[in-house]
Design a binder for this molecule. Structure first.
Ligand SMILES: Nc1nc2c(ncn2[C@@H]2O[C@H](COP(=O)(O)OP(=O)(O)OP(=O)(O)O)[C@@H](O)[C@H]2O)c(=O)[nH]1
Ligand SMILES: [Mg+2]
Length: 378
């Protein structure tokens, strides 16, 4: 099960009560006050941790309460503080206050953490209230209650590149070719039901790594009306909100005879309706399944009509995939804090029959041809 949004109730542990006590010793009949303070209650802490990919482990428990502080005791013994309760979540989880609606923290990197409910303070025991004028105080404090609130945990995966497109465009297939991710792939719409992440590491034939790894997110296919909740797409569009580059995959020769250019525009329209900021994100336009007859003329036509670069790939033959990764790396490298070298662009095959053996029209399902020099996804 993949869960990317949960609402939970968190409460800090209450503080322990202060103690009312007087020293009673054989030779000190009127011993002074010695009631200790109560311990502080534990905090509820949410922490980003690498071992988690979604929030499913939180979906079965609504209430999360940290340990209470122990009460103070006689002989000036202070109550033990309550332990913090730590809730682990995947990096990329936003923590919101449900009722006030504001973001408490965006836990981006592993180890980031935030206290979502503070424990209550321990109350003072009567020893604390002793003074020159009041040598035998009977005053004690109760521990205060811990903070309580409803919080919403919302995962927005952290990836450099987001794959978008209609169902069946070939998004998951591409991810499986360039990384070690194993998304489900099939020729029916909405095969992908939740986001998959894959790490891409490009290695030259010499084994030299030409750029830092980058993370690609594959989300369920979008359809017309996705921004209004149709299909699965809307729910998952937020998972590409944090990416810095969109790779928009369009089937070159759609099985249902639809027009690829129109299909492209449908998704662009959905993006704009969902979020203008997302619609302005840089985008590479890539036609898929270039091994199918008629794909290259379709690519050229769209390139002409849109007057922009349109890449073409085939996950079956490997055609165009090195060039696509080269373009992604070149783009990411422009971003501050991302310092990889751009690998030399592999040459484009001049003609279709330059493709490796086994490539052919409509070869869906055929064993993919290895892509020379491209390796090691994670
Ligand atoms: N001929 C050919 N078929 C391909 C290629 N890439 C993917 N396919 C086929 O297209 C179908 C859909 O591929 P997926 O990768 O599942 O498509 P998707 O975009 O992830 O689809 P959803 O998860 O439903 O949104 C599968 O049957 C793939 O085998 C390609 O390059 N050439
Ligand atoms: Mg898929």
């Amino acid at each position: 099960m993949f869960v990317d949004r949960v609402t939970i109730f968190v409460s800090g542990g209450s503080g322990g009560d202060g103690c009312l006590s007087f020293r009673r010793e054989k030779y000190a009949p009127r011993g002074g006050p010695n009631g200790g303070d109560g311990g502080n209650g534990g905090n509820v802490v949410v922490r980003a941790s690498e071992g988690y990919t979604n929030l499913a482990h939180l979906s079965h428990q609504r209430h999360w309460r940290a340990e209470r502080g122990e009460h103070g005791e006689g002989s000036d013994r202070i109550g033990r503080g309550g332990e913090d309760l730590v809730i682990d979540v995947p990096p990329g989880t936003l923590i919101l206050d449900r009722d006030r609606g504001h973001v408490l923290r965006d836990l981006k990197a592993p180890g980031d953490q935030v206290i979502v409910a503070r424990g209550g303070r321990g109350g003072h025991g009567n020893a604390y209230f002793k003074s020159a004028t009041n040598r035998a105080p009977h005053q004690v404090e109760k521990g205060s209650a811990g903070e309580q609130r409803w919080i919403v945990l919302e995962l927005k995966v952290i990836a450099d590149v987001g794959l978008i497109g209609l169902p069946n465009a070939g998004k998951s297939t591409l991810l499986s070719r360039i990384s070690r991710a194993h998304p489900e792939i099939a020729d029916y719409p909405f095969t992908t039901k939740y986001p998959n992440l894959g790490t891409v590491v490009w290695a030259e034939p010499s084994g030299r790594q030409a750029h830092p790894p980058f993370v690609v997110a594959d989300i369920p296919g979008l359809i017309e009306g996705a921004h209004a909740g149709h299909g699965l797409g809307h729910e998952f569009l937020r998972h590409v909100e944090r990416t810095s580059l969109l790779v928009h995959l369009v089937e070159a020769v759609p099985l249902d005879d639809s027009d690829p250019l129109q299909n492209y525009r449908t998704i662009r329209n959905e993006l704009a309706q969902y979020s203008p900021a997302l619609a302005e994100r840089p985008e590479l336009l890539v036609l898929t399944k270039m091994d199918v007859t008629g794909a290259e003329p379709a690519r050229r036509r769209i390139e002409r009509e849109l007057d922009r670069e349109v890449l073409g790939i085939s996950a079956v033959t490997g055609q165009g995939i090195p060039q696509l990764i080269h373009r992604i790396v070149a783009w990411l490298r422009e971003r501050p804090g991302w310092g990889g070298e751009v690998p030399a662009a592999p040459p484009l095959p001049a003609r279709h029959n330059d493709l490796p053996q086994g490539a052919g029209a409509g070869a869906a399902g055929a064993a993919p041809v290895p892509i020379a020099g491209w390796g090691t996804g994670v």
